[in-house]
Design a binder for this molecule. Structure first.
Ligand code: NDP
Ligand code: GDR
Length: 373
């Protein structure tokens, strides 16, 4: 017996074959207002896609990262935003039925690991069950053979170090409610691929950053603070674990990999990473160095601080409030499969990433100072 599942309240009565349907190139992005959503939108618009995004209703402005792309839909009918939420199944069904996308990129998530310890149930609901809701919405619309689905999986699945470098075959051992929710999302994506023949892929992406990175993630927190400290607008940067090591790439490279995953003859899961790892401490040193400030470290553990060599002032301090109940000590990815099968390779290296982020934050901080004068 072939499993078929619920049928078909909304599906188009004259649905073309999956091959003909795919020719339309219509993308739907959850999490479009986030860092990756904005770079992916740029990429897909440049490739001639119609791009639809799901945005959350908010009392304050949350579309800043799309500002340079968005025009009123009367002027720019190729880019349309819809109100929605990964916790609202009916809304997801409605959007998919209306948009009839050829590709869905599920980037929406409560994506902050530390926050997930404080909002564990919510994170499980949105990051874990939210993925199920989207997959089921596709089936409810009768489009499971027509839509290609990308799931934003993460190197946080590896968590506790079992082996390095981490690849598609490394066992998972998540270390946070976020990692556990994303583990469910990973497997439900695999399960729907196997159970219903859906074209559904997991991109297991290692950390990727940019000037558009959220301000509470460590790289952006550092680049902003370094800029502000160099201008005398802030005196000290407070951080948690300086010894955690991450495989940091640039978001613009990684969205290219997401797109490539959905252009293959058959769906598979892929790691995207740089193959290099660096401690948080090095990101701090390099950021200040870009601004002509050299740091020397003094003390250990919770007492550690970074001193400006020239002035003798403390400009970095450890604050244990930023430690996590369980930490992921080391991430180092092996992108060999993506390089071989997708022809993907990161373009931006670690030093260029730090430079770009610090430069952008310095410029922003300077123009704010000018505005205030
Ligand atoms: P961001 O935190 O910048 O963006 C998250 C997006 O999800 C925002 O658009 C946010 O909307 C939206 N969102 C949050 N909650 C909901 C909800 N309940 N319903 C619908 N949308 C929601 O993340 P990134 O762009 O950095 O990451 C994109 C995805 O990739 C995430 O799923 C993340 O977990 C994953 N990932 C990220 C990596 C990275 O290094 N950046 C690495 C590996 C995976 P709003 O703007 O309104 O808050
Ligand atoms: P991460 O990113 O948890 O890897 O998740 P984050 O930048 O938050 O932390 C990286 C490492 O830096 C240490 N750290 C601090 N982190 C923050 N945020 N603030 C601090 O003050 C601080 N001090 C030290 C952390 O302990 C950690 O070890 C990101 C998110 O984008 C996830 O959504 C994504 O899945 C993973 O990357 C891959």
């Amino acid at each position: 017996m072939t499993p078929s599942g619920p049928r078909i309240p909304f599906a188009h009565p004259n649905l073309p074959s999956p091959e003909d349907y795919q020719k339309r190139k219509v993308a739907l992005i959850s999490g479009i207002t986030g860092q990756d959503g904005s770079y992916l939108t740029e990429l897909l618009l440049s490739k001639g896609y119609h791009v639809h995004g799901i945005i959350r209703r908010s009392s304050s402005f949350n579309t800043g990262r799309l500002h340079h792309l968005y025009r009123d839909q009367h002027e720019h009918p190729k880019f349309i935003l819809h109100y929605g939420d990964l916790s609202d199944s009916t809304n997801l069904v409605y959007i998919i039925a209306q948009v009839q996308p050829t590709e869905i990129y599920n980037l929406g998530a409560q994506s902050h690991v530390k926050v997930s310890f404080e909002m564990a149930e919510y994170t499980g609901d949105v990051d874990g069950l939210g993925t199920l809701r989207l997959l089921d919405a596709i089936r409810t619309c009768g489009l499971e053979k027509h839509i290609r689905f990308y799931q934003a999986s993460t190197s946080e699945l590896y968590g506790k170090v079992v082996e390095t470098p981490q690849s598609e075959t490394t066992p998972f051992y998540p270390r946070s409610p976020y990692g556990c929710a994303k583990l469910y999302a990973f497997w439900i994506t695999v399960n729907y691929r196997e159970a219903y023949g859906m074209y559904a892929c997991n991109g297991i992406l290692f950390n990727h950053e940019s000037p558009r990175r959220g301000r509470t993630f460590v790289t952006r927190k550092i680049s902003r603070a370094a800029a502000d400290i160099s201008l005398g607008k802030q005196s000290c940067l407070y951080l948690g674990n300086l010894d955690a090591q991450r495989d940091w790439g640039h978001a613009s490279d990684y969205v290219e990999g997401m797109w490539r995953m959905l252009q293959q003859p058959s769906p598979e899961d892929f790691v995207l990473a740089t193959g290099e790892t660096h401690p948080v401490r090095e990101f701090v040193e390099k950021s200040f160095h870009e601004l002509g400030i050299e740091i020397k470290w003094r003390g250990k553990g919770e007492e550690e601080e970074g001193i400006d060599v020239k002035t003798g002032k403390t400009i970095v301090k450890v604050d244990s409030n930023y430690f996590r109940p369980a930490e992921v000590d080391l991430l180092l990815g092996n992108p060999a499969k993506a390089e071989r099968l997708l022809g993907w390779k990161r373009k931006v290296d670690f030093d260029s990433l730090v430079k770009e982020m610090v430069k952008a934050d310095l410029q922003a901080a300077k123009s704010l100072v000018e505005d205030q004068n």
